[in-house]
Design a protein around this ligand. Structure first.
Ligand SMILES: NC(=O)c1ccc[n+]([C@@H]2O[C@H](COP(=O)([O-])OP(=O)(O)OC[C@H]3O[C@@H](n4cnc5c(N)ncnc54)[C@H](O)[C@@H]3O)[C@@H](O)[C@H]2O)c1
Length: 417
């Protein structure tokens, strides 16, 4: 290995896995014990067949909170490479910011660990395909943290729609709208960098930058170097369900527009964005707004017989009226179905698959394909023009400038194999 780079293959010799029975205990580590990492951890820690073994974070207070949640049992780490060397770990949760997901997931697969990796699966399209390849090559179970995929009412609604229950569907609208005007503030380290955070290890493969508390904990979402704004934050959830309903690998064409027009907090990603995806006989649209909530639309599926609104707390169907005005009749009965628990079911599905070796509900391939929709939406928005997408080859057609944005070199010494 080149001494100046830390290539992932350095960890591959550690790969080890055991065959598990239904009564075996699963030894889990957490990498990234921030807001979401601790939510995930709380689900795993309470499972009767989980031993929470290790917590890694580059920010001391959050690492300590993750350890506390295990009654002090878990071993602390500042460097995830050391955690992955721990031979008695079966699985890891990756809940770092998005710019670390690919590297850590691939390294974990090569070290023989199954992975629960938070959404959005990747920061760049090319990373996602390498992640899928690493999971398959190393025979790893990898669940994307898209918990809606484990909601029984989501599965029920998708089946209802695919069975023609709301008629022909040619249009799905997904969105996330709220009012944050005039912007957000740093949530941690607001008065500056201290020894509590290893900033260089937080940046990792992302470009070098002076510390800025607003770029860091939670608010990394609004900077292109680490994430993709609401397009990848909430888009990864709702467009994943839209793509599931469409029963398609991906769009053939994408057009996006928007910008950061009103927020003055220093973030980069759009505060208003509108994207249209062309699928065979279907248009899927995405709207996000950070400066006017209006109706906080989430996921509306328009059928010829009824319109379904599919949310985390359940779904409703509003019947279409068919016929001339005087004798128009409801094309189907109205529906109102309550949703169930998502986070625990999703964690449990992962753990069951760690034992059975089956593909989980939000298998890495689906996480990758849904992340692609978000990334293409952002690339089109950045360039302000439509893109043609070759879904099978995972290439943008006839646009060299746009194609360059499907990837980004890592900052040395980090390197994706
Ligand atoms: N599934 C969901 O509903 C959901 C909800 C919220 C967030 N998320 C996802 O979870 C991820 C984390 O988001 P968050 O809100 O928890 O952010 P956060 O900033 O609160 O937490 C991220 C943590 O990762 C740590 N970290 C950074 N680099 C690290 C490294 N090299 N090694 C170890 N730890 C490192 C940070 O110090 C921080 O504690 C994001 O990808 C986000 O999209 C998913």
């Amino acid at each position: 290995m080149n001494r100046r780079t830390f290539a992932i293959s350095a960890l591959s010799a550690l790969g080890a896995s055991r065959v598990m029975g239904a009564n075996d205990r699963i030894r889990v580590g957490l990498i990234g014990s921030g807001g979401r990492g601790r939510q995930d951890w709380s689900q795993f820690v309470k499972q009767s067949d989980v031993d929470p073994m290790a917590v890694c974070d580059v920010y001391d207070p959050f690492r300590e909170q993750g350890i506390e949640m295990t009654g002090g049992r878990a071993k602390p780490y500042k460097d995830f490479r050391k955690l992955l060397e721990q031979k008695d770990l079966d699985a890891v949760i990756v809940a770092t910011p998005d710019h670390w997901h690919a590297y850590i997931t691939i390294a974990a697969c090569q070290a023989g660990k199954d992975v629960y990796c938070e959404k959005p699966l990747s920061l760049f399209v090319t990373e996602g395909r390498k992640m899928v390849d690493a999971a398959r090559k190393n025979n790893r179970v990898v669940q994307t943290g898209s918990q809606q995929r484990s909601g029984s009412h989501y599965a029920e609604a998708v089946k209802l729609i695919q069975d023609g229950g709301i008629g022909e569907v040619h249009r799905i609208h997904a969105g996330f709208q709220r009012n944050l005007y005039p912007g957000l503030k740093p949530t941690e380290l607001a008065s500056g960098l201290t020894s509590a955070l290893d900033w260089d290890m937080w940046l990792g493969p992302a470009p070098k930058r002076d510390f800025d508390p607003f770029r860091c904990i939670y608010n990394f979402r609004w900077f292109w170097d680490y994430s993709g704004g609401q397009m990848t934050n909430w888009g990864a959830h709702h467009l994943d369900i839209a793509r599931w309903i469409a029963n398609a690998d991906g769009p053939s064409e994408v057009s996006g527009f928007g910008g950061r027009y009103s927020l003055t907090d220093g973030g980069e990603t759009p505060d208003l964005q509108q994207v249209t995806y062309r699928f065979p006989k279907m248009l899927i649209t995405w709207t996000s707004s950070e400066v006017a909530e209006g109706k906080p639309v989430t996921l509306d599926i328009y059928g010829t017989k009824g319109m379904m609104t599919l949310l985390r707390n359940g779904y409703t169907v509003t019947p279409e009226k068919i016929g001339s005005k005087s004798d128009a009749k409801a094309a189907m009965p109205a529906m109102n179905v309550k949703g169930g628990e998502l986070d625990q079911t999703h964690a449990r599905n992962f753990l069951d698959c760690v034992k059975s070796r089956k593909r989980p509900n939000a298998d890495i391939e689906d996480g990758h394909r849904s992340a692609i929709m978000c990334h293409l939406g952002n690339i089109s928005t950045k360039l302000g023009r439509s893109l043609k997408w070759d879904c099978a080859k995972e290439q943008i057609v006839g646009d060299a400038e746009a194609s360059k944005l499907l990837t980004r070199p890592y900052r040395a010494p980090w390197r994706l194999a």
